[in-house]
Ligand binder design. Structure first.
Ligand code: L14
Length: 349
């Protein structure tokens, strides 16, 4: 990072699943922090959390919390972001928001630094961090688009429970124990906490992540579709998504079908591009059963790609298996990388 000064940082949602990872990553990367403010709802305020050698008391997030803050990292749900992100901006902070509140907003940069860090240059104080499933997919698709062109994407996801928060992980664990004990499974949260019906996630697969939209797609599916076009600056790419929740804790996996812009490409051509791609690791060798899985990608920074195959019927078609930790590159790490890129590009006053 180029600038040689420290920044006052606030984390909103500091005690949540993503907030916890943000703290870990700021510490691990020795991010240039002056003061660190840990903010939360009233419920978690008062908790003491260790950061480096300091003990920090979590405070309730209010509009006044952002006085003197340079960078505010939001990860406490869309309604909190909508209420408090503009307040943080008023106090002169730059906001990096992890919710879907602002992502598709006109003039709001939606950024995966390896893919479109130039989009950070023009902003009104709020930068959006994309959806976890979108981030890992575009990290692998951008280099392919650049090398060969990209006209179509059809993705099915296999998503971890931690995306829905720590309470959802507890629900998975409780239900798993209930199942092993031969008891009835109690479902109170998933697929979506506010929805009418709840289904067990343990030993199950749920084809619903986030709320249904009028067109029959879920919001998670529409996020993948719309955000992919926005990040890749190409509304002409055809994108379809089916998002499914599976009973593991961390890392999303995705089966992705792409149609590239060139005839005659081989599996090796596609693999070679992925091998050199920023933030991407190719783990692909059928002869040694080498491919990434949610467990192998857990707690890692990169996006892992395997199972590269050429479609047997469509000349331009390829199939990929893309796996990454949804709380790390899918959320906390990408947020911190955006902050680093803002500093590097001298965008923070
Ligand atoms: O849009 O339930 O940032 O797994 C990420 C994960 C919303 C829901 C987002 C989940 C979300 C989600």
């Amino acid at each position: 990072m180029s600038q040689n000064r420290n920044y006052n940082v606030a984390i909103v949602g500091a005690t949540g699943a993503v907030g916890e990872k943000i703290r870990e990553i700021l510490e691990r990367k020795s991010f240039p922090i002056g003061e660190l403010k840990l903010l939360s709802s009233k419920r978690s305020a008062g908790k003491k959390i260790k950061f480096k050698n300091e003990e920090i008391t979590v405070e309730e997030a209010t509009p006044e919390s952002f006085k003197g803050i340079d960078i505010a990292l939001f990860s406490a749900g869309g309604s909190i972001s909508k209420a408090l992100a503009p307040e943080a901006v008023k106090h002169g902070a730059i906001v990096i928001d992890n919710t879907s509140a602002f992502r598709m907003g006109e003039g709001i940069p939606l950024v995966v630094p390896e893919v479109n860090c130039d989009d950070l240059k023009i902003h009104d104080g709020i930068i959006a961090n994309p959806n976890c499933s979108t981030i890992q997919m575009v990290a692998a698709l951008k280099p392919l688009k650049e090398a060969f062109g990209l006209s179509r994407v059809i993705v099915s996801t296999y998503q971890a429970v931690s995306g829905a928060g720590n309470d959802a992980v507890d629900e998975l664990k409780d239900q798993t124990q209930q199942y092993l004990d031969g008891k009835e499974l109690t479902a109170e949260l998933l697929p979506v906490s506010g929805d009418e019906k709840h289904y067990p996630i343990a030993f199950n697969a749920l084809p619903q992540i986030d709320k249904f939209q009028e067109n029959g797609y879920t919001f998670e599916e529409m996020k993948m579709i719309n955000e992919t076009k926005k990040i890749l600056h190409d509304d002409s790419i055809q994108v379809a998504a089916t998002c499914v929740r599976l009973p593991f804790v961390s890392s999303h996996a995705e089966s992705v079908y792409v149609e590239l812009g060139k005839d005659g490409l081989s599996v090796a051509d596609v693999q070679n591009v992925l091998k050199d791609a920023d933030g991407v690791i190719l783990e692909d060798d059928p002869t040694t059963q080498t491919y990434p899985t949610p467990l192998s990608a857990m707690d890692k920074d990169e996006v892992f790609v395997g199972r590269v195959r050429k479609d047997l019927d469509e000349e331009k078609g390829f199939h990929l298996w893309i796996v990454s930790d949804n709380l790390i590159k899918g959320a906390a790490l990408n947020t911190v990388q955006i902050a680093e890129s803002l500093i590097e590009q001298n965008i923070i006053k």
